[in-house]
Design a protein around this ligand. Structure first.
Ligand SMILES: NC(=O)c1ccc[n+]([C@@H]2O[C@H](COP(=O)([O-])OP(=O)(O)OC[C@H]3O[C@@H](n4cnc5c(N)ncnc54)[C@H](OP(=O)(O)O)[C@@H]3O)[C@@H](O)[C@H]2O)c1
Length: 299
């Protein structure tokens, strides 16, 4: 429905692309940024277009909004709390559009009376400089089934996004996590694009990581199986040489990594349920060392 008041926190790849899609569909959108820029432009197969969004570096004058989308990296969620405290009221739904599991729990401490909706996104998009995002492909989301999920799907009517509702969101988020613990972790560690996953020794490592993640996810309540793991390896095997991952781009750019919320989520779930995940634990240690942040958070 046009005219719903939307604010999006995080003007990176996902936030920028969602803001542009909503704005082009006629929604009034405020993009809440940490690093200010003047204009939002999006490049895709159709060329480069500017999106008519309001860009704000401070919450003053925006007021409570109907929809507040959080599109920071997971590790920056708490850093965005001042936006949530200023813009979320009793009529607001805060939508946490991030990878990993337990997205809603990340904003609950500072969301006040607002409703919270977690969202999983499939969308390959890259911020190449402040205010400019490149859409490489895909545009879909999954949210929990229910009135909020339905209303959120309605918000994206007329955009490029397909929003599906899933009654078993825990399973849906673990399915996405399976892809991330292989694709993001291995590309970031090897500094190679997804084609590295077609090398036999790396494919074996991927299978081992996935088998552990499936066991941890099942113990955590996800209805996933070896077939889901096979789908992930098959999907990577079928990819060309060009694709990367957001964690690879972040490592190449020297930015903080999201590993604690991806591989770290598998290790934490395994710890909660007394499951051994030595390969994921080793990968977590390597990612932590590569990012300069030991797993115990001591740096
Ligand atoms: N990109 C993809 O293809 C993709 C695909 C699927 C899922 N995801 C997931 O989507 C989420 C967002 O990823 P992304 O690729 O869009 O990340 P990103 O390009 O790094 O963008 C994150 C943005 O959040 C901003 N930010 C951080 N703290 C903030 C604060 N306190 N206030 C306002 N803005 C703040 C950053 O600002 P600065 O400009 O100052 O750094 C940055 O622009 C992640 O969970 C990711 O795993 C991404």
């Amino acid at each position: 429905m046009p005219g719903e008041n939307v604010a999006i926190v995080g003007g990176g790849g996902i936030g920028g692309y969602m803001a542009a899609q909503l704005a082009w569909a006629g929604q009034p959108v405020t993009l809440c940024v940490r690093t200010p820029f003047e204009r939002l432009t999006v490049a895709d197969g159709g060329g480069i277009r500017e999106a008519p969004v309001r860009i704000a570096a401070e919450p003053d004058g925006i007021g409570p909004v109907r929809w507040l989308l959080i599109t920071t990296k997971a590790q920056d969620t708490a850093g965005a709390s001042s936006w949530v405290e200023a813009l979320a009221g009793a009529e607001t739904t805060v939508v946490v559009v991030q990878n990993g599991i337990r997205q809603a729990e990340r904003v609950r401490p500072f969301a006040g009376p607002a409703a919270i909706l977690p969202a999983i996104i499939r969308c390959s998009v890259e911020r190449t400089r402040p205010g400019h995002v490149v859409h490489h492909g895909a545009a879909s989301m999954v949210v929990p089934a229910g009135p909020d999920g339905q209303a959120f799907a309605g918000l994206f009517a007329g955009t490029a996004f397909d929003v599906a509702q899933d009654a078993d969101f825990v399973t849906a988020s673990w399915r996405k996590l399976l892809a991330n613990v292989v694709g993001n972790a291995i590309t970031a560690l090897t500094l190679r694009r997804s084609d590295v996953l077609s090398e036999p020794a790396i494919r074996d490592l991927a299978r081992g990581l996935l088998a552990e993640a499936v066991a941890a996810g099942r113990a955590d309540g996800a209805d996933i199986s070896a077939a889901d793991a096979e789908r992930v390896t098959a999907a990577f095997a079928g990819r060309g040489t060009g694709g990367g991952s957001s964690m690879l781009y972040d490592r190449l750019a020297g930015r903080p990594l999201e590993h604690r919320y991806l591989t770290g989520a598998v290790v934490e779930a395994a710890d909660r349920h007394g499951i051994d995940v030595p390969l994921n634990r080793a990968v977590l240690a390597l990612l932590s060392a590569a990012s300069g942040h030991p797993p115990d958070g001591s740096a």
